[in-house]
Design a protein around this ligand. Structure first.
Ligand code: GLP
Length: 243
């Protein structure tokens, strides 16, 4: 694993965006796996800025989102579908047909939806570059503590701390308690992985993920099994790591 420690969130976002844009330049039909959350917002903004300034073409790019809440309509303001449109898809020329986000609509057959999503990843030849954040409980996508290293895309129950975090965005409406997530085994099949973490609230999870034993109790520790991971961290998230 390569660890890049950048001074602050802004430089982290810039470094991640540069890496993604270079990957698209080198392979215009790049297949990306994309995260949500607060951490990647700066990266998306910087990618969109460079896309506009440099008149880039993303029409060959394919994307798979890592996860989506279950029992939530795709057009709900807090869905990851909506997040992705707002932060990224509405601002670049990625074709709607090249976008895949698990469908968490209430009543959906989550098992069939998970199988459809996995088949689609296989059909396009796999993921070239997977970008992922980490939660304070060290979950990646929605693979909560206890998730097996070989897990595949599936419906999961969210951890209490994850539901509590989500609730901050859902106001008076109860936050979802379940999600569909790409599995850790599926994630480890991506050709390259980019892990992003920012802020002191992530420092403990980052340390356990990068330096601790590989264990389902720390889902992000599974990334140590992958041969091509770059972790881009800001200093607050990486005390003790050298820059
Ligand atoms: C959610 C997402 C994760 C993300 C995590 C951390 O749980 N499913 O993919 O890594 O939030 O989010 P943030 O970047 O807001 O700390």
């Amino acid at each position: 694993m390569r660890i890049l420690v950048t001074p602050e969130y802004q430089t982290l976002s810039q470094t991640a965006a540069d890496l993604v844009i270079n990957a698209i330049r080198n392979k215009p039909d790049l297949c990306l796996a994309l995260p949500t959350g607060s951490t990647p917002i700066g990266m998306y903004e910087e990618i969109v800025r460079q896309y506009r300034e440099q008149h880039l073409d993303f029409s060959g790019v394919r994307t798979f989102n890592l996860d989506e809440y279950l029992d939530l309509a795709p057009d709900h303001p807090q869905s990851f579908h909506t997040y992705m449109r707002r932060q990224f898809f509405d601002h670049v020329n990625i074709l709607p047909a090249n976008i895949d986000i698990p469908n968490g609509t209430r009543g959906i057959d989550a098992e069939a939806e998970s199988e459809r999503y996995e088949r689609n990843i296989t059909r396009v030849g796999g993921i070239d570059l997977l970008i992922v954040g980490i939660a304070a409980n060290a979950h990646i996508a929605f693979n909560e503590p206890g998730s097996a290293v070989e897990s595949r895309t599936r419906a999961v129950d969210l951890a209490p701390e994850t539901i509590a975090n989500a609730q901050l965005h859902f106001g008076n409406e109860p936050a979802p308690t379940r999600a569909i997530t790409m599995g850790i085994g599926t994630m480890l099949e991506a050709r390259r992985v980019l892990l992003l973490a920012s802020g002191a609230g992530k420092a403990d999870a980052v340390k356990r993920a990068l330096r601790g034993p590989i264990t389902p109790a720390v889902p992000a520790s599974a990334l140590q099994l992958h041969s091509s991971v770059i972790a881009i961290l800001d200093e607050a998230a990486a005390p003790g790591e050298s820059t």
